[in-house]
Ligand binder design. Structure first.
Ligand SMILES: Nc1ncnc2c1ncn2[C@@H]1O[C@H](COP(=O)(O)OP(=O)(O)OP(=O)(O)O)[C@@H](O)[C@H]1O
Length: 306
């Protein structure tokens, strides 16, 4: 199957000299949900903006369903719906009008049946006559999606769809995105939340300093990223990790008061039970323990290092 989006050796250097994309190549397959992960300033918005024709690349090519985004801009852009990070709609317009207007911007003839379907799919139908200003935050975000879907695109870009929303709303948004996938729309989303990528994506790409450092099936990536740490607070400091515990690859904190065990949350056996038994056998006592999950930021750092 040919990819619906094909990015080849894409580069972008802004007028300031800032290199935001450096030789990015990526194929997106029709019907998949692709999550683009990356720390602030990694180049996610620049990559999306370039594919959507909002940012001019300085090198490389992008085709959308075979249409070059520069030489065949209109055809490429028509296939794409973009939901930007910020909500900017006219607060005093009705839901129906604002979504219908978005369709008009693409020069598409009126199609009330499609607008109705989009609003129903996004659970906005009973608010179609409400002014945007009267809607909750979650509804406003769904209006942004409805606007992006108004011209019947095959591909939907969501830039940080759940940034700053509470857990409840985030879950609602995930359901909306899953339902859209079921209608055959290809979805590319950017996120800081590893949980979001884990919940939704078929594949995940990690971008850092303008380079795509990893693209993988979600399940494979989560295996690599799903590291947790167990910290044991010792009764008394120790000089070194005793040799009989060498199999666990333990680290000793700088103050020699804590033993740190890194394990894989998704492995069948974490090894914690055996470790605690062997620590006791080695005569080491501890009075407290805690666990922590590596943050996305830390994961990126470790990915970049390897
Ligand atoms: N219009 C611009 N002019 C100059 N530099 C820019 C411009 N837009 C972005 N940059 C720079 O390019 C780099 C990539 O920015 P980009 O917005 O693509 O990152 P991002 O991964 O989307 O970050 P965030 O998660 O903060 O949105 C950053 O260093 C940013 O400061």
């Amino acid at each position: 199957m040919a990819p619906i989006i094909s990015v080849k050796n894409l580069s972008k250097t802004y007028g300031t000299g800032r290199k935001a994309l450096n030789g990015v190549s990526l194929d997106i397959m029709g019907g998949e949900i692709f999550a683009l992960l990356g720390p602030n300033g990694a180049g996610k918005t620049t990559l999306i903006g370039t594919i959507c024709g909002l940012v001019n690349p300085t090198g490389g090519t992008v085709t959308v369903d075979g249409h070059d985004i520069i030489t065949d801009y209109r055809a490429a852009r028509e296939l794409i719906g973009l939901v930007p990070q910020e909500l900017h709609t006219d607060a005093f317009e009705s839901v129906w009008d604002t979504v219908s207007f978005s369709r008009g911007l693409f020069g598409k003839p009126k199609n009330p049946a499609h607008i109705e379907k989009v609003l129903r799919d996004l659970s906005l139908w009973d608010r179609k006559d409400s002014k945007i200003i009267t809607l909750s935050g979650g509804m406003k975000r769904r209006v942004m999606i409805a606007k992006a879907l108004s011209h019947e695109p095959q591909i939907l870009f969501l830039d940080e769809p759940t940034a700053g929303v509470d857990v409840e709303l985030r879950k609602g948004m995930w359901e909306v995105v899953r339902a859209l996938k079921a209608t055959g729309v290809t979805i590319i989303l950017t996120t800081h939340y590893i949980e979001e990528a884990e919940e939704m994506a078929d594949r995940v790409g990690v971008i850092n300093h303008g380079e795509l450092i990893l693209v993988d099936e979600k399940s494979a990536l989560m295996q690599k990223l799903g590291k947790k740490q167990l910290k044991l607070h010792l009764d008394a400091p120790i000089d070194t990790v005793p040799p009989q515990l060498s199999a666990y690859d333990l680290a000793l904190s700088d103050d020699h008061n804590k033993l740190i065990y890194t394990y894989d949350t998704r492995a069948e056996h974490t090894g914690i039970t055996a470790l605690l038994g062997d620590i006791r056998a080695a005569g080491i006592r501890f009075h407290d323990l805690d666990t922590s999950q590596s943050s996305l930021e830390e994961i990126f750092v470790s990915l970049v290092r390897t």
